[in-house]
Design a protein around this ligand. Structure first.
Ligand code: SF4
Length: 65
């Protein structure tokens, strides 16, 4: 599973990082991932990644299976 954030939709509300800080962190006011580029979510963090994506008020996070 990969996660992808649309920077044009992300408003920096930080809900993703509050719900799933192991996956999402805020850099320069926008959501970013722990890791660089396309972020491949470690198996053990997949549920948390989905929870963080669902918490996003802007639907800015896409889950790629
Ligand atoms: S919850 Fe959504 S809008 Fe808020 S920082 Fe995360 S990705 Fe951006």
């Amino acid at each position: 599973m990969k996660v992808c954030v649309a920077p044009d939709l992300c408003c920096g509300a930080q809900r993703c990082a509050e719900v799933a800080p192991e996956v999402y962190k805020i850099v320069d006011g926008f959501s970013a991932f722990v890791g660089a580029g396309d972020y491949e979510v470690p198996k053990e963090l997949e549920k948390l990644a989905v929870r963080g994506a669902r918490a996003c008020p802007e639907s800015a996070i896409t889950i790629i299976e």
